[in-house]
Design a protein around this ligand. Structure first.
Ligand SMILES: C[S@@+](CC[C@H](N)C(=O)[O-])C[C@H]1O[C@@H](n2cnc3c(N)ncnc32)[C@H](O)[C@@H]1O
Length: 216
């Protein structure tokens, strides 16, 4: 049976009051059929950055602590990891972090208001090294279009990987997407090391980063 297309409802109105500080992670839409209304989610109009595959939150928590003037949403499909993010954010009293357990491409396509993010961070996405699994890779030929839909003009996608061939694929798909141009990631961002990155460094494995700015 084919279900009829039902358009998303308009953003909710009137707005509820700000979420109390300390209840940091769960003021999200009541249904995944609604797009985020950032003012409702964070209780302020600060710029919003997204991290996909946030893991234990090593990047998200450190970077959110450095930037209280920005809001951060972390998407992570493993519940145990999301709980760690929640614990860390509460312990540090961060009011600018939210977490969501959901498949990233669904969130990008259906839940982020178009043209609403200033940055998308993707650090050490699963490399799926076997050729027959490459179709599972997050940063594939479609990804730049999805990211472009979510970002504000001038918004940036930041990527890191330890996998040389996946790094080449990242460059290839973003070079093919004409709305993006390669740019420099700021040093203060590169200073923030993720859990996986720290592990790779300990093992002497080189990591590769790139950053891509949406035309503005
Ligand atoms: C290799 S880990 C890297 C974690 C973290 N970014 C870091 O660098 O420490 C990749 C993470 O992405 C999550 N993940 C992978 N694919 C995902 C998807 N499609 N949607 C949401 N989370 C995803 C995994 O559960 C895992 O925690």
């Amino acid at each position: 049976m084919v279900l009829p297309f039902v358009p998303f409802p308009e953003d909710p109105s009137p707005l509820p009051s700000n979420p109390p500080v300390g209840e940091v992670s769960w003021t999200l839409p009541p249904t995944i059929l609604t797009r985020f209304h950032w003012l409702t989610v964070f209780g302020n109009a600060h710029p919003v950055e997204l991290e996909i595959g946030a893991g234990d939150g090593s990047f998200l928590i450190q970077y959110a602590a450095r930037h209280p003037e920005r809001n951060f949403l972390g998407i992570e499909r493993l519940l145990g990891r999301l709980r760690k993010i929640d614990r860390k954010a509460r312990r540090q009293g961060l009011s600018n972090v939210r977490g969501l357990r959901l498949e990233a491409s669904y969130v990008l396509r259906w839940m982020i208001p178009p043209g609403s993010l200033t940055a998308v961070h993707v650090y050490f996405p699963d490399p799926w090294p076997k050729r027959r699994h490459w179709k599972r890779r997050l940063v594939n030929a479609e990804f730049p279009q999805l990211a472009a839909l979510s970002l504000l003009p001038g918004g940036v996608v930041y990527l890191r990987t330890d996998h040389v061939e996946y790094a080449a694929q990242m460059v290839e798909v973003f070079e093919a997407a004409q709305q993006f141009t390669r740019c420099e990631a700021p040093a203060e961002l590169l200073d923030v090391v993720t859990d996986f990155e720290a592990d790779f460094r300990r093992q002497g494995i080189q990591t590769i980063q790139s950053a891509w700015r949406l035309a503005g």
